[in-house]
Design a protein around this ligand. Structure first.
Ligand code: CA
Ligand code: CA
Ligand code: CA
Length: 91
């Protein structure tokens, strides 16, 4: 066993899906296509391309520094991976 966080799995939750849809609408006809598309450089459970769609940092597993990885926020919590106050601490 190592100390790396478990990779979130599961489908993209609405907040991130919405961010992706907005990105695609804004960049009509474009897709993020690089050789790194299918890699997960920071190990947060999101692909390089998805991080661009969601506006998160592909080299930072926790873009907003709230303690929840980008993958957790997008795939599990349905919180904003760019908002350190989402999810809030008032649960
Ligand atoms: Ca990331
Ligand atoms: Ca986070
Ligand atoms: Ca967040």
């Amino acid at each position: 066993m190592d100390d790396s966080p478990a990779k979130p799995t599961g489908r993209i939750q609405p907040k991130c899906a919405k961010a992706k849809a907005a990105w695609l609408a804004e960049h009509e006809g474009m897709a993020w296509a690089t050789a790194y598309d299918l890699t997960d450089a920071d190990g947060d459970g999101l692909l390089y391309s998805d991080e661009h769609y969601f506006g998160t940092d592909p080299n930072d597993a926790d873009t907003d520094g709230d303690g929840f990885s980008d993958g957790e926020e997008c795939r599990k919590l349905d919180s904003d991976p760019r908002d350190p106050n989402d999810p809030g601490s008032d649960d």
